[in-house]
Ligand binder design. Sequence first.
Ligand code: NDP
Length: 314
Amino acid sequence: MATTYDVIILGSGPAGLTSAIYTSRANLNVLLFEGMQPGGQLTITNDVENFPSHPDGIAGPVLMDEIKKQALKFGTTILTETIDSVDFSKRPFTVINQDGVSYTAKSIIVSTGATAKTLEIPSEKTYWGAGISSCATCDGFFYRNKDVIVVGAGDTAMEDSLYLANLAKSVTIVHRRQGFRASKIMIDRAKAHPKISFILDSVIEEYVGEIQNNVQSLIGVKLKNVLTGEITDKTIDGVFLAIGHTPNTNIFKGILDMNEEGYLITKDKSSYTNIEGVFACGDVQDPTYKQAISAAGSGCIAGIDAERWLGANN
Ligand code: NDP
């Protein structure tokens, strides 16, 4: 007979893996699904400078590898599979992978994270991977000595701009208003960088390209000033989008309570969702802080909540 796990964890970012450390270290039988992006968003991050215990910073993928090793050490089973649907209507709970294979567990921890947003201009699809990217650390290398735009004015945009400025000839931050969301230290660093400039109150209206070596490649953008409506052409080699994230909660629609943006709702300071025995942690339930350390902290909370709930309900 197939195993019914004590805990199934969906997602392998700092939240999911920390909940795996806590639950497997509590001697529970734990299965974790890594999903499409093992290690989560930190695997596409450069140096993480604000994770405690790494005074010199640590590369995102290295950090995730270390947390994963810790979860494996305590006995977590990790599968590189994606869960496509769930049945939380009865216990044990069931999750079904991309090939239709079912797994069951007495409790579930949802830590499916969030995905980078796009501008949703129709031509974005045409140039995706051929001039447009949402991952500076993955694709920045292709833009050495070239001119790039970064869209957005949050910490991601500043961090990406500073990273790209080490490679590219120039970085132009395009932002739709005057105010910035990023932390002051990041704004100051970007403003002080000689290769970084700003175009404010502006949005990308359209991408412009041409065929190069049989491939449709981006060569520029049409920028619209949102105050005057004026359109200007800008020649550019690459555009990096850093405009926030959407929580990965599609498979939980109609099952788990979520806010209007799709973030899962947890009760008070706990990881309890509206279904007893199903817990949520990390970016999937955090529209506010979205840090590796806060995700790891909420993974700890979910691990403890699941362990205590199982103790009381097993
Ligand atoms: P944010 O939500 O903070 O910023 C998104 C930016 O994109 C905003 O400037 C927003 O503009 C802009 N934007 C959103 N939608 C559009 C659109 N359709 N068109 C044009 N512009 C758009 O996202 P981040 O990913 O930057 O940061 C998320 C969280 O992660 C934050 O809490 C941040 O502090 C954290 N973070 C921390 C890091 C660190 O500590 N090392 C590194 C990276 C992120 P507007 O302001 O007008 O809404």
